[in-house]
Design a protein around this ligand. Sequence first.
Ligand code: LLP
Length: 431
Amino acid sequence: MDHFAYRNGELYAEDVPLSRIAAEIGTPFFCYSTATLQHHYRVFTGAFSGVDAAFCYAVKANANLAVIRTLAEMGAGADVVSAGELERALAAGVAPAQIVFSGVGKSREELSHALDKNIGQFNVESSAELDLLSDIAASKGLTAQIAVRVNPDVDADTHEKISTGRHQDKFGIPWPAAREDYARAKVLPGIEVVGVAAHIGSQITSLAPFDAAFTKIVGIVDQLRHDGHDIRRLDLGGGLGIPYEGETPPTPSEYAEMVKRVTAAVDCELVFEPGRVIVGNAGVLVSRVLYIKESAGHTFTVLDAAMNDLLRPSLYDAHHAIVPVRESAADTDFHPTDIVGPICESGDVFAHGRPMPPLVTDDLLVIRTAGAYGAVMSSNYNSRPLAAEVLVNGDIFEIVRRHQTNEEMLALEEMPSWFDDRNVSRTRGVA
Ligand code: LLP
């Protein structure tokens, strides 16, 4: 369910026509819907009503401050994977106690910073990280509350590049090796064991892998308690998939029923780190047609958005629905076209042979389901400025990140001193 729909032949975000935003701020831009964000957060959390559960929104999915704030106002915590994401969560008003720090490569500086901020939980992913965290915490006279992220060796049956819970993946610590880390954690200074964490991948469209992983983790909780650990939190990660192309992932309530069944006897606070399921279809990427190009029997629709704005199709061959802002008449003939960006790379393709209505230069197209892993994965490739982000709320829209400028793109760079006129002769070896 989302709040992007045609009215009077035009695509709206809630009560705002996307063409109006495009006319005012220019393209390309991401547009997010407050009502959709709220709806998904409510549906996901509502599925666990009556359960002792915390919801730490996975900031990596969409890190815009206004998006985090919208969810924080509804009670969401945050799952962060860098000091940058931690700063974002704090800046958006998430309470430190509601922040979980995940990630396989937290640096000394990041751990130190997170300890200073007094965050709620560190999900430790290696023995070496455990030692480092203990060192830093002890030297500050602080205590880090930790869960070990256990790698349950379960195949999430999703795209190869977003599967994280198999033994060959870099994430987590396998069982029973993790048991030794728990034993060490018990005696290490500055460390307090509070739970167990798992996250097996993203865009998971069936319950079976979750069920298998969570069942293993529940068994692990029993063993850890038997070893004398006070396990009171069970962090089950994120990963619930959404429909991009007719997939039928479990609904949040089906997912919740399975979780309740598997964890019934465990008596822990449950922690969830949902990302995509909250923000995925709450966002679209709005772009303008630059050219229609006929070439060797092929039609290319060249947009002003590119793989630097939305990388998913290029990186994962991901499918995103693409629709015109102006609704097509019922009897319109659709013709296949390759929908591409302007980047100098053949992989800069949003869709191959996609049936589309007749299009002309300046038409607006919307790439749907771009709220998750869209703007956050964008780059300056081809020195293209970052696209703007807009948040709609009812009949108002506001720019929540403006278009980057060329000046801003250049601002971090310096010419080395040897290009200064006075140094030229020296570097060339001229006396
Ligand atoms: N927790 C941890 C530790 C994670 O690594 C992730 C995602 C999540 C939670 C949130 O997962 P979600 O509920 O969003 O599935 N760029 C890829 C997705 C990468 C996901 C990385 N980890 C894509 O565009 O499909």
